[in-house]
Design a protein around this ligand. Structure first.
Ligand SMILES: Nc1ncnc2c1ncn2[C@@H]1O[C@H](COP(=O)(O)OP(=O)(O)OP(=O)(O)O)[C@@H](O)[C@H]1O
Ligand SMILES: [Mg+2]
Length: 336
């Protein structure tokens, strides 16, 4: 990835800026510093739209918008070159932080379709406040390994938010999604199979068929019995996550897909480490709360508070406050 990556695609954000449609997010946006483009706008547009366009054999059935072309094809090209995909068929969804595309899998894979999540450029500049999630996390490099704390060049770039630093933070963010999927998939969790990662995109198993992607739980209503069974399945997954020191961080009915009676948990870039992030427990509790909210609406009798406490205790030492509370309760008990 070259150094002017984020600048090059800044123009894309100007056109597809979700802030334009998201009033709440817009309110919290910091005022922008005046920006003088290094290149005339038209030159950048030409570069993005045409230069990296459909050259070199990577022709796609899906016709990306003019400003989407360069970003999309450059991001997905590694998967094409690695013989993992042969075509981009459709955009499934443009989310706040990424677009997800349905792709045709290379015949070498044993599935027909795969999902590619392409992260929006510059997401750090104006979107999610990721600081809370980054606490207690190392910086992951493109190979999925943690950067060394004595890598002064990288640490300086991250602190100074140079282009190189911004790209490194961006890659680290998506590598957390990819490596979490790897860990959880291996552990038997209901997550998409992680297939490949590149600097700006990940490739994973696809939920759905050629006509459409799986809906999220938030979009459907369940029969009570099925809701009960799926709730148990979500708890099984939360349990696996905690067992591996992982808290999802954005778990809700919006990030659980439903297909053929089964659920799949998605959207992991903001995972936090349950042992090293000081806010892990409250982030975990929020996840459980949101899941319970949905399932309560589907007729499941669930008490978020009890579940939070029981699950957390299985894998985490009791807090000093809890021990103190128990002790004082014990002392208050009248002697026999
Ligand atoms: N593996 C998959 N198979 C099918 N559809 C998927 C897959 N992964 C993601 N999607 C679809 O793409 C959407 C966006 O994915 P994801 O939630 O990971 O990204 P996001 O940018 O964080 O989105 P949002 O801001 O909407 O939460 C999902 O809501 C889902 O509809
Ligand atoms: Mg999502």
């Amino acid at each position: 990835m070259n150094e002017s990556y984020s600048d090059k695609y800044a123009i894309y954000e100007d056109v597809f800026d979700p802030m334009k449609y998201d009033r709440k997010a817009r309110k919290t946006r910091k005022p922008k510093a005046a920006h003088t483009p290094k290149k005339p706008r038209q030159a950048v547009v030409e570069e993005i739209a045409d230069v990296q366009g459909l050259e070199g054999g990577f022709n796609t059935t899906y016709h990306p918008g003019r400003f989407e072309t360069g970003w999309l094809l450059e991001s997905l090209r590694p998967f094409y070159d690695r013989a993992m995909i042969t075509d981009v068929l459709a955009r499934i969804k443009g989310g706040k932080e990424a677009n997800v595309y349905r792709c045709e899998a290379h015949p070498a894979l044993d599935v027909k379709l795969v999902a590619a999540k392409v992260y929006r450029p510059r997401m750090f500049r104006n979107l999610r406040n990721d600081k809370m999630y980054r606490e207690g996390r190392q910086v992951l490099k493109e190979n999925g390994k943690a950067a060394k704390a004595n890598d002064h060049r990288l640490m300086r770039a991250l602190n100074k938010k140079t282009d190189f630093g911004t790209q490194a933070a961006h890659t680290s963010w998506l590598m957390y999604e990819f490596t979490s999927l790897q860990t959880l998939y291996k552990a038997g969790a209901a997550v998409p199979e992680p297939l490949s990662a590149a600097a700006n995109a990940i490739l994973m198993g696809y939920c759905g068929d050629e006509d459409g992607a799986a809906p999220a739980l938030s979009e459907i209503t369940l029969e009570r019995d099925e809701a009960q069974a799926l709730f148990a399945e979500v708890l099984r997954n939360i349990d696996i996550m905690l067992q591996h020191g992982i808290v999802h961080g954005d778990l809700s009915a919006y990030n659980i897909l439903y297909w053929d009676g089964r659920i799949t948990l998605i959207d992991f870039p903001q995972v936090v480490n349950s042992h090293t992030n000081s806010r892990a427990r409250s982030i975990f509790e929020r996840d459980v709360e949101r899941v319970c909210e949905y399932f309560a609406g589907q007729g499941v009798d669930c008490d978020a508070h009890t579940i939070q406490r029981k699950l957390w205790r299985r894998y985490n030492a009791r807090s000093a406050a809890e021990t103190a509370a128990d002790l004082s309760r014990l002392l208050e008990q009248p002697e026999e």
